[in-house]
Ligand binder design. Structure first.
Ligand SMILES: [Zn+2]
Length: 291
């Protein structure tokens, strides 16, 4: 078997600092960020691993993404129509929804993106971990144990997976592997959330699986990084007509002053300002584009 352990603390604070997230929304986003970090490490995939919720509940969207196995970003949005429930249950927040796990390959030319792989799982468990365990078991045929524990501004995740059997494994070897996986399950069930949230991985794993040989790979750091840029924002603005942009320019809605268009990224909080000259340049034929 193999596994991944992750703890997000400063990177989580950074991601959640741009929005005033209620505690339960911040918790769901934190677990989804930990999940994409765990999955991205396990599959050694170059590209982006994203986990997105879709559902009719008051928490309309949660998106967590891990690019190049170490760059994290994420966002949650909810509707103002009804008061957001205080419950942490995914049913209460997302309704009878789905989780989509996508692998988006990285290509040298970002405009010719290859088709992403996407797996879907219905939300039948109150907790993220239970739903993702079922996804790996049913869609990937990988028996999986997944745990998350939160403590203040940090979240810790532990993912364990039983590796596929060798093609030429004997009945005895298969029975032994089953018994081993069952034992690992029972040992993991003794782990409390407080222990998972507080202990360092070396201590936690060597205590929990003391009877078994354990190999730890070197740790890696995770960083917050957004994908927004002035060029992308300008491309988005070009979907509007020149007249629409000039109308927007004159609006006086603080913090935006007349004479500028202010675009703020919801994910990282960065603002880009465009003035009348910028808008004029967008509509000059043959203006070179920088990519
Ligand atoms: Zn951004």
């Amino acid at each position: 078997m193999r596994g991944q352990w992750v703890r997000l603390d400063e990177v989580l604070t950074r991601i959640e600092s741009h929005q005033d997230y209620p505690g339960n929304v911040a918790g769901v986003l934190a677990e989804m960020l930990a999940a994409v970090a765990l999955v991205a490490d396990g599959i050694k995939f170059q590209g982006a691993v994203s986990l997105q919720s879709r559902g009719p509940g008051p928490l309309t969207t949660v998106l967590a993404e891990c690019r190049s196995r170490h760059l994290l970003r994420g966002i949650a949005r909810w509707t103002d129509a009804d008061p957001l429930p205080e419950s942490e249950s995914l049913h209460a927040l997302l309704g009878n929804g789905q989780l989509a796990l996508s692998l988006i390959p990285e290509t040298a030319d970002s405009r010719s993106q290859r088709a992403p792989y996407q797996g879907l799982v219905g939300i039948t468990d109150q907790h993220l971990a239970g739903n993702l365990e079922r996804y790996f078991q049913d869609s990937e045929q990988l028996p999986t144990l997944l745990r998350f524990a939160r403590d203040g501004d940090s979240v810790t995740g532990l993912l364990l997976q039983r590796m596929p059997d060798e093609d030429d494994a004997t009945e005895i070897e298969l029975d032994e592997a089953d018994a081993f996986w069952e034992e690992i399950g029972m040992l993991t069930a003794t782990l409390t959330d407080a222990e998972l949230a507080a202990l360092d991985p070396e201590v936690l794993l060597s205590r929990l699986y003391a009877e078994h040989p354990l190999t730890l790979q070197p740790p890696r750091s995770l960083t917050f990084q957004c994908t927004c840029s002035r060029v992308k924002t300008r491309d988005t603005l070009q979907a509007f007509s020149r007249e629409e942009l000039l109308d927007l320019l004159e609006e006086d809605i603080p913090p935006k002053a007349p004479g500028e268009i202010l675009v703020t990224c919801e994910i990282c909080g960065a603002s880009e300002r465009f003035d009348a000259f910028d808008i004029h340049m967008m509509f000059v034929p043959g203006t070179p584009r920088i990519h």
